[in-house]
Design a protein around this ligand. Structure first.
Ligand code: BG6
Length: 480
């Protein structure tokens, strides 16, 4: 197991909120090597003691976990800090030179515009010599051209099989359950195709806004920030063919085929099959929140709904409705697979038009669970065989195991060298190719930004993409 982490972007939001707390938990559970060390690296001019002070303060206010003071001190004893200018390969090389003799994993949680210079510095210092590894946060670039440039430049410095590109959704336990459920059961695989599946909905709604990330978000927007990565990864796991084995590259081969089969958007698809939105002021959890303050002239969206099609035999004609937005009514990540109605309806109540189709729901957030919606008459003796009622079967079992947050799982896999939950270079590029087609479709089709009040389910125009959240006439439900 590798024993040294060089964490670039150590004072940033992600590192402070997720990366360091994850490492602390892993250490507390005895899952890190005895001689594990972390070097935090950022531009800010702290010394190691001051940086440890920042982490100590952060660990005192974790929302889900209250670590014992001895555990915190034991962890902090493994941490040091260097200030570094990431634009300068020399500065980077100097900042890690004393550690490159150890088995290092460099972790870049920094803007992608700094990836190449940082990697040049790491290579110069010897931090990419085998068996050292590199973990890269999303986004890899801003479009296909920049992703290719990053992949090609970094690929010239370190082998692909030692690069771990993160999409933290792949570390979520419910996402792994999706694979287990699909490929561990004849029952599901038998109906997993266009003959039986009517549509797939992938919704990632957040109540958080863009605050604090304006510089990044103004160049990104919801499509690049969420759809290009997390949502397309979820789509791949739903749509991929069964891999020949669970070897990382066999899984990634199948995912990339799905991405390449996504039908590119043109202007007409963009106009007909997508909605772009941006939140204005509204109310979330009873509190007023402000409109997204985009920079002057920015066209960036905070909400996107789009219907994707996968042009292959399994999925021909099945719409994949993809929706994500900031400042929406609820925090919720759900993948819903809706099956076609039965071909001949026998029952009196409800009538055929009101029978609920079978539906498999994978909920990732706010809690993780899997439900299968069936029509049933089994639930009570007072129901006759002519009358059916919807029944939700809960398919996830409580194991009693301590669930690991996504980053804990991903750290462990990268330290052990397991690639299955990381994204390969060709996957990233195929995802950008489709994303770029949507951006170009929006431009050529002049697709307007629609505005929605914070705390709602997005613009009214998006109602068809969110059938469960809007009523028949497209009105979002009132928030309680
Ligand atoms: C990140 C995006 O990758 O994922 C953020 O950049 C988003 O904008 C976040 O808020 C969502 O992650 P999660 O795990 O909270 O759903």
């Amino acid at each position: 197991m590798h024993d040294t982490l060089l964490l670039f972007g150590a004072t940033g939001d992600l590192a402070q909120r997720y990366l360091f707390p994850s490492l602390l938990r892993l250490q507390g559970d005895g899952l890190l090597p005895a001689d594990f060390r972390v070097r935090g690296l950022s531009l800010s001019a702290h010394d190691s003691e001051a940086f440890r002070g920042i982490l100590r303060e952060r660990f005192a206010h974790l929302s889900h976990h209250t670590p014992a003071p001895e555990q915190v001190e034991e962890f902090l004893a493994r941490v040091d800090y260097r200030s570094v200018d990431l634009r300068s390969p020399e500065s980077v090389a100097e900042s890690v030179a004393d550690l490159v003799g150890r088995r290092c994993v460099s972790y870049l949680s920094i803007p992608p515009g700094l990836y190449i210079s940082t990697c040049q510095g790491l290579a110069q210092a010897g931090a990419f010599a085998a068996p050292n590894r590199l973990m890269l946060e999303k986004p890899i670039g801003h479009d296909l051209a920049s992703a290719r440039e990053i992949n090609a430049s970094i690929g010239g410095l370190i082998d692909e099989d030692r690069i771990f590109r993160i999409d933290h959704y792949l570390g979520k336990a419910a996402v792994q359950n999706l694979l287990a459920l699909r490929f561990g059961n004849t029952l599901l695989e038998a109906v997993w195709n266009r003959t039986y599946i009517d549509s797939v909905n992938i919704l990632v709604s957040e109540t958080e806004g863009v605050d604090g990330r304006n510089a990044y978000y103004a160049r990104s927007g919801a499509l690049r920030d969420m759809v290009q990565s997390h949502i397309l990864q979820l789509l791949c796991l739903v749509a991929m063919e069964p891999p020949a084995s669970l070897a990382a590259d066999r899984i990634r081969d199948e995912k990339v085929k799905v991405l390449r089969a996504l039908r590119p958007f043109g202007a007409a698809e963009a106009q007909r099959h997508s909605v772009r939105g941006r939140y204005i002021a509204g109310i979330i959890d009873g509190q007023p929140v402000q409109a997204y303050a985009a920079p002057e002239g920015s066209e960036v969206e905070t909400f996107v709904a789009a219907t994707a099609h996968i042009d292959n035999w399994r999925w021909a004609g099945v719409p994949f409705h993809l929706v994500t937005g900031k400042r929406m009514a609820e925090r919720s990540t759900v993948v819903t697979v809706t099956l076609k109605p039965v071909t001949h309806w026998l029952f009196e109540r409800p009538d055929g038009a009101h029978a609920a189709p079978n539906r498999l729901t994978f909920r990732l957030q706010p809690q993780e669970d899997i439900e299968l919606g069936l029509m049933s008459s089994l639930a009570g003796p007072e129901w006759g065989t002519l009358e059916l009622h919807p029944l939700e079967l809960e398919l996830s079992s409580q194991t009693g195991h301590n669930r690991r947050i996504a980053y804990e799982r991903l750290f462990l896999d990268a330290l052990h060298g397991s690639h299955a939950l990381f994204v390969r270079n060709d996957e990233v590029e195929a995802a950008w190719a489709w994303t770029d087609s949507v951006v170009a479709g929006w431009e050529r089709g002049d697709v307007p930004l629609e505005y929605y009040p914070a705390g709602t389910w997005g613009p009214r125009e998006a109602a068809p993409y969110l059938p469960a959240q809007f009523d028949a006439v497209g009105r979002p439900p009132r928030r309680s």
